[in-house]
Design a protein around this ligand. Sequence first.
Ligand SMILES: [Fe+2]
Length: 362
Amino acid sequence: MQPQQCKTNQAGSLNAVLVVDDEPSVVRAVERLLSGGKYEVLTAAGPVEAISKLRQREVAVLISDQVMPAMTGLELLALVRRSWPETVGIMMTACRDVGLAAEAINRSLVQYYVPKPWDNRAFLGLVGEAADLHLQRKRRTGPKQEETGLLKQLKEQSGRAAFSLARAVDARDRYTHRHSENVAELALVVGRAMGLSDNELEELRVGGLLHDVGKIGISDEVLRKPGKLTPREFDAIRLHPEIGASIVEPIGFVWDIAGIIWQHHEDHDGAGYPRGLMGDNIVLPARIIHVADAYEAMAADRVYRSARSLDSIKKELMRCRGTQFDPVVGDIFLEQLQKGVIPYPCSHRRLPRGRADRRLSP
Ligand SMILES: [Fe+2]
């Protein structure tokens, strides 16, 4: 085996290796193994902390445990592959979980896996290879290409068209004033916290603005009904993701906005609609918008009611993480709420007196 050499990035600073494990003794052991001036070793006790570190600086190699409380290593690595494609993943697993490691390699989420307990020399060799691969990926990608003038113009026009359509939807239902704009803004906070690129953020913004455009196809009697919906009326409302997707399809957005609209009521555990998709089969923007939509429904003052208390909203988000909501997206949303980046309440409209309460919009 070749002796380890210092691994530096193009800026001349040490390559960062991020170790994610909820077991402090494992983190310390890997940290000791990799220290000695060859790498800058960063550590995280779980996926949310790991994502926060990935946002702060470039990470060459991510070494992740599989079994963690908030989300699995596979889920974290899938997210990293999507948002930070140049970062090279290594999975650490116990021998009994070797099938999961094989799945991670087959899905191109990781390049290597390290069995626990590991052989120090072999582990060091793999980290060295992973750092080299990171460098190759960066060279292949090269500096980010400037968008052509035409594409930029097309995106700007798409954004403006989406804004107008969203205004049309919100204007139809006076009870949910600015709902679409609020959802788009909330989704962007989460998207930025997850390190999404500018292009992905723009896709998320347009998806957020248009998520409920299908409500244009729902009758006023159902959409504006002040009381509880009958099962038949509820079925009618549940058609709005499919109607919305069919409305935007002919526009030919540069992003898959129809897919986002179609999936914005799908639940992490498969109990949502219209198709009962599960987990990361649901596109990430739809998972983010799902949480933002629910939060906005609870946290915005409406003319007929005040926002729910912040405490009860937090409890509700905690209760639904992992069932209705993607657990990572849910945790990041709660983290941003805790930091005060997510506003509470969402809007500050003065409530007229004596208005009857009304159901939350589905
Ligand atoms: Fe909706």
